[in-house]
Design a protein around this ligand. Structure first.
Ligand code: UDP
Ligand code: MG
Length: 334
């Protein structure tokens, strides 16, 4: 199979018809074997039911339903593990990533002989100002912490070769942040620009809390520098305290001891605050180590239509109702 298109979907009932209507012609035009892996991330609406209906007249559509909502990146992981294509494209289901770009990506991968083709947003004007600013801050911080190779315009719309996907699937990390992991692997890459469109229907599934979680995963997954910052904060406050001790001793020696309530209070609060921040930082890492040692499965697959298709006896194809007999055929042998 040449191509797998992996699409995580969470409560995308309103968007799914638009998505399929635009994706299918693009893929059919490629004239190569493909599959679309729609990963249902534990939707509570009728996404799966609608996908099952759509599958009846689009056999290339494959549905992998997860048992519960595990988040975009983990749903993507489930899709990458399920994908069987020589090339795998990950794309959002809300048509913010234009499906037409997929054929450009495939052509670029072949012509330039690269393993990754990044979809690079050349225009985000349809995103809200809040989204653009938070995304800007996120990528700025990641570049500072992780390295200059983090592109500020590359999200999760990209094409990867089988070699890349195999490396990703073998990662022991429970929650890899793909948009950072993929460029960090160092595979040869190319870029294809695209215009970020507006969400076709429904609402964003990335509220602030999820963005914060992605940020924490991104930082702790790549860098221990926050811990180093904590050490520097500790050193700084230690030096400040030394200064305070000297001042206090001098004041005491010269008999100028004042009540000093304010300075004491500030010092206690400041130190307490810094210590709590550092403890929290440490906790973030310890929590992740703990989760990693538990080795729980990050997701469970409830349904994979590819397995159903494989298990179905061959005699069912084509369906009996559609079989037409040609009387002439029998006439010859009779
Ligand atoms: N998504 C998912 N699980 C989640 C949240 C989102 O699979 O818990 C999917 C969602 O259906 C969409 C993609 O991830 O296909 C990107 O989400 P969304 O468009 O809501 O994010 P935004 O574009 O607003 O950042
Ligand atoms: Mg979106």
């Amino acid at each position: 199979m040449t191509l797998s298109v992996v699409t995580p979907m969470y409560n995308e009932r309103e968007a799914v018809d638009h998505f399929v209507a635009r994706l299918r012609p693009v893929l059919d035009r490629l004239d190569e074997p493909y599959e679309v892996v729609a990963v249902d991330d534990g939707s509570s609406d009728a996404t799966v039911a609608r996908l099952m209906q759509l599958k009846t007249d689009w056999p290339e559509l494959r549905i992998v339903a997860l048992r519960r909502n595990v988040g975009h990146q983990t749903a993507l992981r489930a899709g990458l593990l399920a994908a069987r294509g020589d090339y795998v494209v990950s794309i959002d289901a809300d048509l913010q990533d234009p499906p037409e770009t997929i054929s450009e990506m495939l052509a670029a991968a072949r012509e330039q002989n690269v393993d990754v083709v990044y979809g690079v947003r050349c225009d985000r004007s349809t995103d809200t100002a809040f989204k653009r600013n938070t995304a800007g801050a996120y990528y700025w911080m990641m570049r500072k912490l992780i390295g200059p190779w983090v592109s500020d315009q590359a999200g999760d719309f990209r094409l990867m070769s089988r070699a890349v996907v195999d490396v990703l699937n073998a990662l022991p990390e429970p929650r890899p942040v793909y948009r950072l992991v993929v460029p960090s692997l160092g595979f040869a890459g190319a870029e294809v620009p695209y215009v970020r469109e507006e969400r076709v229907a429904g609402t964003t599934k990335y509220p602030l809390s999820r963005m914060i979680r992605l940020t924490f995963d991104s930082i702790t997954g790549f860098s221990a520098s926050p811990l180093r910052i904590a050490t520097w904060l500790g050193l700084l406050s230690f030096v400040l305290c030394l200064g305070l001790i000297v001042t206090t001793l001098v004041a005491w020696g010269s008999g100028a001891t004042v009540p000093g309530w304010s300075s004491l209070f500030i010092a206690v609060l400041l130190l307490g605050g810094i210590q709590l921040i550092c403890l929290g930082l440490l906790g973030e890492y310890v929590g992740r180590i703990y989760a990693a040692t538990q080795k729980r499965p990050p997701f469970l697959v409830a349904l994979d239509t590819a397995r159903l298709d494989a298990a179905r006896p061959a005699t069912v194809h084509p369906p009996a109702a559609e079989t037409t007999l040609d009387p002439d055929q029998f006439a010859v042998s009779a």
